[in-house]
Structures are given as structure tokens and as C-alpha cells.
Design a binder for this molecule. Structure first.
Ligand SMILES: [Zn+2]
Ligand SMILES: [Zn+2]
Ligand SMILES: [Zn+2]
Length: 1002
């Protein structure tokens, strides 16, 4: 690509030529300046893009003319290409990762549209969920707890809407085309209704069950907390050592223990969990020791034995055995104060950092404990209610909060002789982010979608939900291919999907529960009624109406037969948990694609960040397989992360942040877009201010190429001036063939989303083919030949076709600039009003049949040219010649060889191609007087050529700077070559200059 400097000289060379000619000595006042007889490039296409000002103006124009609607209308009825847009979360401005993804989607859809597809885009936003509810909580503070639910929901809605509007304006600013005025919002009434309807589909088909799961729980706010809502603060807890008596055979653990009174010692800082103690966990690989003290034997981890001896006053104890923790699996203990057993279990998470290496396990009160409990089939029931009060334990602490119960429990342990040691510790403990009270772990009832739900294959054979999802993964094309294994393994190993959240900002799990037996009501008519209500009033309806309002009298519990309307009290109550937001977005195919005539299901493509194998790709697959028995997409592609040039994440605090909105405001959206095109988005991509500036430089070079192309089309009327393909000069025909070749490659890469290849191919074409070769050697023809001459029109025809092709090829990426170029292209009758309404030129529209012979021959001719250029450079460096035009070149070749044949065949093109004044082809290789041999070049099937450089023959024409033997007087001009005389005649200058001369003599 041209640099700014080069391109200035490109346009300015002949101007300086003319200045030299027009010195006062040889130019009478009245004489017409030769300069004015040259046809220099001329266009109003501005060199300076002013993107920060002009892009918003262009957006305004597109909006006013309804361009997006026009595009949709123009492609109506064409084959569809449906990219389904993943909804970004509406809680902040867009960042560079968003910009990258949205620009890539835009490249895909614009290139599909220009390839003739109908490729509409309905954008969307993910609006519900914790991040927004937390922000609103922060804003409302404790006030939220006293506010009616509907007011909180309104505040959440407003918060989400604010960021939807902001992100929309930012994405529009980047030039991304979509139905921005009718996006899908997961918080809209129809969407909320569709979410609920899809949930009911799962529910009615038997995918949904209620089960237990341990969660962080705030007693004060009486709510479950997500990991993100828990903060660690310092807290004082009792630290106690408690002994559990072994009830199984000690000799089974180690023969040395036979007949002994054996215990293990556990350590805990939450005595209140002891009533729920169901197991003691040992690490299977750790060494455990048996310490005998005064007739009692204590089993603890060897690594912690010293600390335990100290804490439990067992300094004098004697080690009598040592064995692996694996030996402790399935031994039994007696609970220290309850009449039940406690099981020995093995667990890998047991550490040797603190405690005893024997871990008290209460499945209802810890995440690890819960899953260990599940593995060993232990009861996970939680006997702590949502206010944190102990229930169903011993009468003396019934109804006490867990923290109140600590001391009585410790006292009891002392009384029964189980307490081995006690102190207090001041340690980091999870607290509620909102009220700053310590939180507890509590197993709570949650709603799940069962991965092992039985299903049937198409042939009637039995399968499961999980297996069907895995089958569908194999039918999808994953790009990059590793995505398939990633999502496959995730689906294969994931636990059941916990879809309930104890929050308010979301779609309620609108299920009625029997007051008597807690059974969920399964009634399709009732469910339809609630969906219809959501359509009208949104999810707020669930908060507005009571179960009595919503349920028709006579509604009957399927399990216990309780009937709505019998008795004073309602027979049912409403479940108030909301759905996981991944369920919301996971059904977007159902809310957006299904039933929309303009779109279609399944989508051709989902494309998002590479983390979405765990997220949106995942939940969308599960929802679609459950409801439609097929994946919602045919292809899934991923976009890498944006990192800085050192591979670090971009962040404001590191000072390496790159804000796409700021780049658009300072450098232009085109720069963000061009940077996006320059990276291989499947990998992690580098971004920095420096790389954006580099993209801006590349942009300027591309823009200058367009300016130069347009300048040379001045006065060209394609309908009047275009030259037929077979009348084009050989060089022009070759360039047309190159353009055709480029187009074919680029269209192929667009189809494969290889935008960085498109970027590099277009860059290379403009730098190597256009700036360094074609536009450079054409200067002589473009500036000095008469506009009506077939030679000049031949070049213009090709420049016109190149510009037509290039403007379209860059339009998906440089959407603003392509549209600007479009406005400057010569008018033709069939041209669309916008480049975005046009299609890519098909290869055959650029040049009929691809002339492979011509291509091959010119590629070889260009190799010969390279050699001549080296020879000229050597002579220039030696001071023998100045400009190339001051030289005559003789190319020696063997008459039997291919170079000879080529040189002869294209003899008429050589002068221009080499940009010298004369070229001769000689069949007598060897040295000639006055010539300096450069080298013998082993080229082209081992046939030799030998370029020799001499000073040009003849006199320099003051108009075209060529050295010619036919230069002479032309009218009032003393030194004009024969070629220029012909051009001037054609341009009607003969009479002009004669009359000027007469005037001067008069
Ligand atoms: Zn709290
Ligand atoms: Zn019931
Ligand atoms: Zn001339």
C-alpha cells in the first residue's frame, strides 16, 4: 500500500515535470503552458477522512434513508443466512471484546448480504440476573428490603434499559448493521412469557425436579447468596476438638488396635453443625497414626499429630500404629451426643494444614460435605431454617439460632466427655456483602433439570437427555474444531442443572405448590393462563396476583387431592424463586427465531466468545434439545480474547485499556473495524493504542489508493468510454485478471470468515499490484495520452473495474469508506444507491473467462521486470543514469527460450512496464560497448536473460519527459515528442498553439 508520501509524489511527478518545462526563459507569456495539457488525477474525494465527524453524519444519512430496511427489502426472497445474536449483559458500556465480536458478526452478515443472501440480524440484550440486582441493591441499600417487589423490579428494569440504550448507541456508532430499533430483550413481556412457556415445557415433560443443594445463606437477610455476594471478613469463632468413639472392629484398621478403646478426634469452628454431623472424612493417601494415652487410642493424621497432642493435652501419648486413611473408609463411630452412628469416609479435599486430618462432615452445611454425603448416600436434610434456627434437634436448643447454639453445644460436649480441647480463633470467615453478618452454608431446596431424564430416540429406542445433547453436538460444525470436545466433555460430566435462584430480578419459576404436601401443581391449563398473563403484564404478574387470584376454584393437588376453594386457606402457594439467567438466554432461539418468518430455526450460526461453551452455547443446546429435540445451531464459532501486546488482559488499572468508543471518537470506527479485520479472531488477539495507530496508518494508505483510483476516473463515462475486454492493452488485461483472481480469493475467505486473510490480500493488492506496479507505470499513459485515445480509455476501463470491485470487497469491513467511495464512482444506470445494497462483483463480471495463459505469462514478465529494475538501480547508484526514463534497456535472451518468446509477444508493453524511454530485445547475449553487464540470471526454466542499461537515445520531451528521437517543434513549443504531438492533436491543441504563436509574433 502506498504511504502518504509516495502517493503525493505519485500524483505530483508530472506536475513537477511541467514546472521545469515552464521556466520563464522558454515560455512567452501568451504561450499555453504544457502543464495544462496533461490530464492529471482530479477528484473531490477528500484525502483527509475526518472520520470522527463524517461517520456520525453518514450514520444519520443511513438512518434517514432507512438503509437497513432497504437492504432487507432488496434481499427479500433470497436464500436466508441466520446468525443468531447472543445477548450481551446490559450492565456497563461496551468494551473492546464486545467491539471485536460485534464487528466480526457485522463482517459476516455484510459479506453474506453482498454475496446475495438475506441475512437479517435481530440484536438482543440479557437483562435479568444477579449483576444488575446487585447494582440496584447497592443503589437502594437497606431500603430495598422494605420496598415492595414491584418497585424493586421497576428499578432493575430502569437500570438495564439505561445500559441497553448506551450499548446500542455505541454499537451503532461502530457501524454495525442490525434491527437496532427492534431488539429482543430478555426482560420484555413477550420474552418473559416465552421463557416461562419454555420452562413449563420442561416441567410438563418431566425434566424438572426439586432437590437439595448447599448454598451460602445470610440469616439476617434470609436469602441465599451467590459466591460473588460473599466477602471474607475477620470473625471470632470457638475452636474445639471433639472425640468420636469407634464402634466398628479396630483390628480391621490395624492389628495393633485389636481390643483397644479407639477414637478419632475432629476439629471444628462451627459447633452448631455437630448435630448434623453424619461422617468423618479421611484423606485416603495420608498417613494416620494411632496415639495411645491412658487406655484410649486416638487416630489423627501423622502430619498434624504434634499439633493435636498439644491442643488435646496428649503429649505423653504413644504411637502404636500407622496406616493409610484409606483404611478408615466405612468404619463407624458413635455420634458424641446423639443416638446414631457416624460413617468413616474418604475425601481428597482433606488437608494437612489445620485440624486433625479427620474432618467432621455435615452434608447439609458445606459444599464439600454435601457432595461427599451424596457419594456415600447420607441424608442431606437441613435442620436449620431460613432464619438460621436449629430445628428437630435436641429440645434444649430447639429454635435457637446457630450462633446462639454454639455455647450450649460445647457445654454438652464437656458433660458427655467428648470435648478434648477448646479455644477461640480469630479468622477470615465468609460474610454477607450487604449486611456484613457472618453467613452459613445451608442445604436448601432448589429446582433442577435432570440430565438423566429418560427420552426416546427417533427410532423409539431409549436414551437420556444428556445423551441426546451429546448426539446433537456431533451434528454441529464447531469452529475452531476443539470447541466440540470442550462442550462435549462439559455436557458429558456436568451435574443436573440447578435452575432456581433465591432472587427477585428474573422470570419466576411460576409453579404452585400444595400447602399440604408441597407437591408442585402440574396443570397445563393453569400454566397457559399464567403465560398469557405474563404476555400482558410481564413477570410482575407473579408478584401482583395471589395464588387465589390465579387458580380457578376446584384446582386439585395431583398427590394429596387438596382442592383450591375448599376450606378457609388457599390450597396452594406460589414458588417465588426465579430462573437462572442462563435459562433466559438459553431459550433465545425460541423467543427470537421460532415463528419469525423473516428468520429461521435452527440458526446457521452462533458466534461468541470462547467461554460460551460453558455458557450460552451450552444452555441454548440443552433448552433446544429438550424442547425441539435438536441443536439450535448448525455452526458454532468462537472469538478469542483481547489482550495487550504482552499477552496480558486489558484493564484500566494496568493502564493498557483500549476503549473502542474512545478509538471511534478519536480515530474513527473504521480504525476499530480495520483492526478487527487484521487479527485472526479465532486466537487471542492483541490490542493497544499502538496497534490502533497502526491500523489508522493502514487506513490512510488504503484511502489514498482509493483517492488516486477515483482521480484517474475523472471524466470517464463507462457507457461512453469503456473499452471491450478484447481491446484492452495487455497490461490492463493482466491487471483485470489479477483483480478477478483477488475477488475469487477474497470471496472465498469471506465465506470462511477468514477476515485477516481478506485484510492482507487487499493490502498486498493495493501495495504491490497497484501502487508499486500498475498505478506507477500508468502515470505516463494516464497523464500524457489524449483522453479519447484507446490506450488511456483502456487503462481507465480497468481502473474503473478495479475500483468497483475493491469498493465492494472492502465494504463489509470499511463500511463508511466504501460508501464514500461509492458516491464518487462514475454513475452508471444500474448502480444501487448504496454499496450496502450492491452485491460483490462476480469473477466473470470483472473479466470473462480467466485467461490463465495471460496470467502465467505476465507473472514471468514481472520476474523479468524485477531483474531490469535491479539493473537500473545499479546504474542509478553508479551515477550513470538519473530517472529510469533517461535510459534505454536492452534485454538479451536466447532466441530459443521462453523469455525471448514472452519479450517478443509483449514487446509493445515493455517500455511502459519498465518505465524507460526505449527497450530493445537482443538475441546476441554478451557484452556490448558502453554497457555494464549486471549478471546472468537463471530464470524461467533455466533460460537466461541479461538486462543491459544505456543512456536513452534522442532528446527529452518537455511534456512527457520521455527521451525520443522524434522530438521537435510543435506550435509554440520547441521540444515535444511525436507521441505527445499526436495526443495534443487529438486534444485539439494544434490550432490553439498555432494561434498562440501567431499572437506572439504579431
Ligand atoms: Zn445479609
Ligand atoms: Zn398436595
Ligand atoms: Zn512527449
Amino acid at each position: 500500500m502506498m504511504t502518504t508520501k509516495e502517493s503525493t509524489s505519485l500524483a505530483g511527478t508530472s506536475a513537477s515535470t511541467v514546472n521545469e518545462t515552464a521556466t520563464p526563459e522558454n515560455k512567452p507569456e501568451t504561450k499555453l503552458e504544457l502543464k495544462s495539457t496533461l490530464t492529471l488525477p482530479e477528484t473531490k474525494f477528500p484525502m483527509k477522512a475526518n472520520l470522527p465527524q463524517n461517520e456520525p453524519a453518514r450514520l444519520k444519512q443511513w438512518k434517514e434513508t432507512g438503509l437497513y430496511g432497504q437492504i432487507r427489502a432488496a434481499r427479500k426472497g433470497a436464500e436466508k443466512y441466520i446468525l443468531h445474536y447472543g445477548p450481551p449483559y446490559a450492565n456497563g458500556p461496551i468494551h473492546l471484546g464486545h467491539a471485536l465480536q460485534k464487528c466480526i458478526k457485522d463482517f459476516i452478515l455484510k459479506s453474506k448480504t453482498m454475496a446475495g443472501f438475506d441475512a437479517p440480524l435481530v440484536p438482543g440484550w440479557d437483562c435479568h440476573g444477579l449483576p444488575i440486582e446487585i447494582k440496584v441493591d447497592e443503589k437502594l441499600g437497606r431500603k430495598k428490603l422494605e420496598m415492595p417487589a414491584l418497585s424493586v423490579l421497576r428499578a432493575c428494569r430502569e437500570y438495564a434499559q439505561k445500559f441497553i440504550d448506551l450499548q446500542r448507541s455505541q454499537l451503532v456508532r461502530l457501524g454495525v448493521f442490525a434491527y437496532w430499533d427492534k431488539p429482543y430483550l430478555t426482560m420484555s413481556k413477550p420474552y418473559e412469557a416465552k421463557t416461562l412457556e419454555t420452562f413449563y415445557d420442561f416441567f410438563e415433560k418431566g425434566f424438572v425436579y426439586k432437590g437439595l443443594k448447599p448454598v451460602y445463606w445470610c440469616l439476617h437477610d434470609r436469602t441465599a447468596l451467590a459466591e460473588a455476594e460473599v466477602e471474607y471478613e475477620m470473625h471470632t469463632s470457638p475452636s474445639i476438638y471433639v472425640r468420636y468413639a469407634l464402634t466398628s472392629d479396630p483390628a480391621a484398621i490395624d492389628p495393633a488396635l485389636a481390643g483397644k478403646k479407639v477414637w478419632t478426634i475432629i476439629w471444628t469452628t462451627t459447633p452448631w453443625t455437630l448435630p448434623a454431623s453424619l461422617a468423618v472424612a479421611f484423606h485416603p493417601e495420608f498417613d494416620y497414626v494411632a496415639l495411645e494415652d491412658d487406655g484410649n487410642v486416638y487416630i489423627v493424621a501423622e502430619a498434624l499429630a504434634a499439633a493435636v497432642r498439644e491442643a488435646c493435652k496428649l503429649e505423653g501419648a504413644k504411637e502404636i500404629a500407622k496406616f493409610k486413611g484409606a483404611k478408615m473408609e466405612r468404619v463407624t463411630f458413635k455420634h458424641p451426643f446423639l443416638e446414631r452412628g457416624v460413617l468413616g469416609v474418604n475425601a481428597e479435599y482433606v488437608t494437612a494444614d489445620t485440624g486433625t486430618g479427620a474432618v467432621h462432615t455435615a452434608p447439609a452445611h458445606g459444599a464439600d460435605d454435601f457432595y461427599t454425603g451424596a457419594r456415600y448416600g447420607l441424608d442431606q436434610t437441613c435442620n436449620v431454617d431460613n432464619e438460621g434456627r436449629l430445628r428437630n434437634g435436641r429440645a434444649e436448643w430447639e429454635g435457637q439460632t446457630v450462633f446462639e447454639a454454639n455455647e450450649p453445644i460445647i457445654k454438652l460436649l464437656g458433660e458427655v466427655g467428648a470435648l478434648m480441647g477448646r479455644s477461640d480463633i480469630y479468622h477470615s470467615y465468609p460474610h454477607c456483602w450487604r449486611c456484613h453478618n457472618p453467613v452459613i452454608f445451608r442445604a436448601t431446596e432448589q429446582w433442577f433439570i435432570g440430565m438423566e431424564t429418560p427420552l426416546k430416540n427417533a427410532d423409539g429406542s431409549a436414551t437420556t437427555f444428556r445423551q441426546r445433547a451429546l448426539d446433537e453436538i456431533k451434528r454441529v460444525r464447531w469452529d475452531p474444531a476443539w470447541g466440540e470436545e470442550r462442550i462435549y466433555n462439559m455436557i458429558a460430566t456436568r451435574p443436573d442443572w440447578c435452575i432456581s435462584r433465591q432472587r427477585i430480578w428474573g422470570v419466576p419459576i411460576a409453579v404452585f405448590l400444595c400447602n399440604k404436601c408441597h407437591e408442585p401443581l402440574k396443570n397445563e391449563l393453569v400454566n397457559k393462563h399464567v403465560v398469557a398473563l405474563f404476555e400482558k403484564e410481564g413477570a410482575e404478574a407473579w408478584h401482583k396476583y395471589s395464588a387465589d387470584d390465579l387458580l380457578p376454584g376446584g384446582t386439585k393437588c395431583g398427590k394429596c387431592g387438596a382442592v383450591q376453594g375448599d376450606g378457609e386457606h388457599a390450597a396452594f402457594h406460589k414458588e417465588m424463586d426465579i430462573l437462572d439467567v442462563w435459562f433466559d438466554s438459553g431459550i433465545s432461539w425460541n423467543a427470537v427465531l421460532v415463528g419469525n418468518e423473516e428468520l429461521s430455526f435452527p440458526a446457521d450460526l452462533y458466534i461468541e466468545g470462547a467461554d460460551q461453551h460453558r455458557g450460552w452455547f451450552h444452555s441454548s443446546l440443552l433448552c433446544s434439545v429438550a424442547v425441539k429435540d435438536q441443536a439450535p445451531y448448525k455452526n458454532v464459532a468462537t472469538v478469542g480474547w483481547t489482550l495487550d501486546e504482552q499477552g496480558r488482559a486489558l484493564s484500566k488499572s494496568l493502564g493498557n485499556g483500549v476503549d473502542p468508543v474512545d478509538i471511534a471518537d478519536r480515530l474513527g470506527a473504521e480504525v476499530v473495524r480495520l483492526w478487527t479485520a487484521s487479527v485472526d479472531f479465532r486466537e487471542d488477539v492483541a490490542a493497544s493504542e499502538n496497534l490502533m495507530q497502526r491500523a489508522a496508518d493502514n487506513y490512510r494508505k488504503l484511502r489514498n489508493t482509493f483517492k488516486y483510483l477515483l482521480g484517474n476516473l475523472h471524466g470517464f463515462d463507462p457507457e461512453r468510454d469503456a473499452v471491450k475486454d478484447d481491446e484492452l492493452l495487455p497490461l490492463d488485461r493482466y491487471m483485470l485478471a489479477r483483480t478477478r483472481e483477488l475477488t475469487e480469493k477474497v470471496l472465498d475467505w469471506y465465506e470462511q470468515f477468514e477476515f485477516h486473510r481478506v485484510y492482507h490480500a487487499i493490502n498486498e493488492f493495493t501495495i504491490v499490484d497497484l501502487s508499486a506496479l500498475y498505478l506507477d507505470v500508468l502515470k505516463d499513459r494516464m497523464y500524457t495520452f489524449a483522453p479519447v485515445s484507446v490506450e488511456r480509455r483502456s487503462a481507465q476501463t480497468v481502473i474503473w473495474k478495479i475500483t468497483e470491485a475493491l469498493a465492494r470487497l472492502v465494504a463489509p469491513i470499511l463500511s463508511f469508506t466504501a460508501e464514500e467511495v461509492w458516491g464518487y464512482l462514475p454513475r452508471t444506470t444500474e448502480r444501487e444507491a448504496s454499496v450496502h445494497l450492491a452485491e460483490f462483483l462476480k469473477a466473470e463480471e470483472i473479466a470473462g473467462e480467466q485467461d490463465e495463459v495471460l496470467m502465467a505469462e505476465w507473472k514471468n514478465l514481472l520476474l523479468i521486470r524485477d531483474e531490469v529494475m535491479i539493473a537500473l538501480e545499479v546504474q542509478r547508484k553508479a551515477g550513470k543514469i538519473g530517472k529510469a526514463l533517461e535510459s534505454r534497456v536492452r534485454i538479451e535472451a536466447l532466441p530459443t527460450g521462453e523469455p525471448w518468446r514472452l519479450l517478443k509477444k509483449y514487446e509493445s508493453s515493455l517500455k511502459e512496464l519498465l518505465n524507460v524511454s526505449q527497450v530493445e530485445i537482443d538475441d546476441a547475449p554478451g557484452l556490448r560497448a558502453g554497457a555494464v553487464p549486471i549478471a546472468n540470471y537463471d530464470l524461467l526454466n533455466k533460460k537466461l536473460i541479461n538486462p543491459l542499461v544505456f543512456p536513452a537515445d534522442g532528446i527529452k520531451c518537455e511534456r512527457c519527459w520521455n527521451y525520443r528521437t522524434d522530438t521537435g517543434q510543435y506550435g509554440a513549443w520547441p521540444v515535444v515528442c511525436g507521441r505527445c504531438r499526436e495526443a495534443l492533436d487529438l486534444m485539439g491543441y494544434k490550432s490553439l498553439s498555432e494561434s498562440a504563436e501567431k499572437q506572439a509574433h504579431a
